[in-house]
Design a protein around this ligand. Structure first.
Ligand code: DGL
Length: 223
């Protein structure tokens, strides 16, 4: 089972189809209530509980929270409340970022809620206390993606990217965490602005890779 506030989590599903083609995936995109990123923690928790309850009606063996907003704010709560394995995007994404960075300067972009939580920075600093981070909320990215405005030659998208990411580029990051699963859909446009030298870490794809490793080792444990 995989869920997100909208179509962003399909970036995780795309990768899951590639690496575990035999798994049946049930996807729930809460397009009726997107975006989650600007809502209070209390509301995000309420929505996350409902999303989990919906997926659990479908005989699933694990849940991938393909949403940076839910993963960074309430993952602990929903894990405690459910015995089924639940995998979020923050940890796998931070591991990938630290594998990639050479200059130890890592940028993080995400929704308001994700950036306010500080979850990505906290995890990066536990992996390497000397890492330099810069985090920036990009609230207009989700509506752009949900409205299909993700092509690199879209003038409006280019302008919004410039507004949000100029500081990030000046900070000299060599690795940029796309901490919201909608953002990989803007990958080409973001990459065009940041330059080829900046590695973009896709939080949905990293969660999918992690879920794959987790399921393989769970199957091995069961013999
Ligand atoms: N794709 C989600 C995330 O990763 C949610 C975006 C939103 O609904 O604001 O944060």
């Amino acid at each position: 089972g995989v869920f997100d506030s909208g179509l962003g989590g399909l970036t995780a599903v795309r990768q899951m189809h590639r690496i575990m083609p035999n798994e049946n995936i049930i996807y729930f995109g809460d397009t009726g209530r997107v975006p989650y990123g600007s809502r209070s923690r209390k509301t995000v928790l309420q929505y996350a509980r409902q999303d989990v309850a919906f997926l659990k009606e479908h005989d699933i063996k694990a849940i991938v929270v393909a949403c940076g907003t839910v993963s960074s704010q309430v993952l602990g709560d929903i894990k405690r409340e459910n015995s089924i394995p639940i995998i979020g995007v923050v940890e796998p994404t931070c591991y990938a970022a630290m594998r990639h960075t050479k200059n130890n300067r890592v940028g993080i972009i995400g929704t308001m809620g994700t950036i306010r939580s500080g979850a990505y920075e906290a995890k990066l600093h536990t992996l390497d206390p000397s890492v330099h981070t810069l985090a920036r909320a990009c609230p207009l990215f989700v509506p752009l993606v949900e409205n299909g405005r993700f092509l690199p030659d879209d003038r409006v998208t280019q302008l919004v990217i410039e507004e949000y990411l100029t500081e990030m580029r000046d900070f000299g990051v060599d690795t940029l965490i796309l901490g919201c699963t909608h953002y990989p859909l803007l990958r080409d446009a973001i990459s065009q602005f940041m330059g080829d030298d900046v590695h973009l870490v896709d939080s949905g794809a990293e969660a999918a890779e992690y879920a794959h490793r987790f399921l393989v080792s769970a199957e091995q444990r069961q013999g």
